[in-house]
Design a protein around this ligand. Structure first.
Ligand code: URA
Length: 242
């Protein structure tokens, strides 16, 4: 292994995302060969002994990429201060450490990627890469006329207009509808807030697509490995923007 920056080493080892690893370093939680290191530019090689909170960290060479069909009622963090169930409980039949790539709300279900590859996580989640994500949204309520066109052209949420999106009605049944909305931003509770802004009440939200990958018919609560073709597609889309 060539020399590598400490934060990249930690991300590749699956400890945390690169940005979170930087925080670990500046917080003084990381040591190299027994000495605490707080300098972000520190370089390490395979022969160095790296530990976080006193626990040794080895570079995992096998990269793992999975998708989970997240049910409602789980947080997409590794642990939760309020004791709520985490998505980690749904993948504990896999004997490798992987981490959520991005987030889904507690009340949202659908496609969630997980990986031990910090670079992959960085590329897929960085807003500048503008990866498309498609959601199916179950709504009721009295929408404004042209609600779909408004969603597409952008609505103001939290004081700022959303970027252009794609929106369609997939189904309507007395008073309720299922919409398909594709966005490439990842603002907090974005789809819910967009729908509320045009007068819909959101009663269900499912992510069905991300960066070239479809949820397909993966059962709720189950996970599967991505194929190498799928990993390539998502990385290619992350590099070029879709
Ligand atoms: N938009 C939301 O409102 N919630 C999610 O979980 C994802 C996108």
């Amino acid at each position: 292994m060539e020399e590598m920056r400490l934060q990249k080493y930690l991300a590749q080892a699956g400890v945390a995302s690169r940005r979170a690893a930087e925080q670990y370093i500046t917080d003084g939680r990381v040591s190299v060969n027994g000495t605490v290191v707080t300098e972000l530019g520190t370089k390490v090689t395979e022969s160095d002994e790296v530990s976080v909170d006193g626990k040794g960290v080895r570079l995992e060479t096998k990269k793992i990429y999975i998708m989970l069909n997240k049910p409602v009622g789980y947080v997409t963090t590794v642990s939760d201060d309020h004791g709520r169930p985490t998505v980690m409980e749904l993948i504990d039949d896999m004997n490798k450490r992987v981490y959520p790539v991005g987030r889904l709300d507690f009340n949202t279900e659908g496609l969630l990627l997980l990986s031990n590859d910090g670079d992959f996580t960085y590329k897929v989640t960085h807003p500048k890469h503008k990866l498309d994500k498609t959601y199916h949204v179950w709504v009721t309520g009295k929408a404004k006329t042209n609600a779909i066109r408004l969603l597409e052209s952008g609505v103001v949420i939290d004081g700022r207009k959303t970027a252009p999106a794609k929106a369609d009605v997939i189904e309507t049944t007395n008073g309720s509808a299922v919409l398909s909305i594709t966005i490439h931003e990842g603002r907090n509770r974005q789809v819910r807030k967009m729908c509320q802004a045009v007068g819909f009440r959101v009663i269900g939200l499912r992510r069905v697509y991300e960066g070239g990958i479809n949820l397909g018919n993966l059962p709720l609560g189950r996970w599967r490995h991505l194929s190498s073709a799928e990993v390539k597609v998502i990385l290619k889309n992350a590099e070029h923007g879709e």
